[in-house]
Design a protein around this ligand. Sequence first.
Ligand code: G6P
Length: 233
Amino acid sequence: MVEFKSCIFNLDGVLVNTAKYHYIAWRRLANEWGFDLSPEQHEQLRWLSRMESLEKVMEWGGITYMTEAEKLYWADVKNSWYIQLVSGIKPEEVFPGVIDFLLALRAMGVQRALSSASGNARTVLISTGLLQHFEVVTDGTQIRKNKPHPESYMVPAAAMGLRPSECLVFDDAPSGIDAALIGGFSVVGVGEPQWLHRARLVVPGFENLSPQHLFRKIGAAQTHELLPGAGIL
Ligand code: G6P
């Protein structure tokens, strides 16, 4: 069995479903600008940064130009609506099995870190009660380079004094999987396998998943590391 000293978790879409709140806030902005945003359009915003998302929404509304100051203004407006929404997130909105998985890691002496590109990660962690489960939290206020740059995983690993090979990353985005691999981390994809084939292992979520079982599977998958998707659980 591979012994990892730490597990580093992405937040949005891995531990909590925050996408629905991003959708409400982006849709409200589109409405403010005089048009609507479909769930299918919002799906395309998944994994984009706040400014990239804003530019996409502008494009859908036929808004071809805004000054940087105007873009920042509207990004702040959207963010204030989003913060109002996620301040009310309840612990029940944490995905099934997540808390048990974190507690099992703790019992095994494995450090738990959180890494998110969101500037609102701490608000979500506090509202859901997840904050207490992490020894290290890295959020969008500390990360300058967008994924697939590995910074978002290098920073928490360095904070724990660990090498990438000692950490196991969990991410739901293709760019997040790439960021981990480029940084030299082992990575588990969380979600739908069709997006995550570059991860050595993919799990649908944490329900009924034991760290020991997962670590054993990773040990086995490493013997097939040149076969993409070979380790889908
Ligand atoms: C995460 C989410 C994205 C979001 C980004 C920035 O990566 O998956 O949907 O756009 O964070 O989030 P923020 O809360 O700072 O706007």
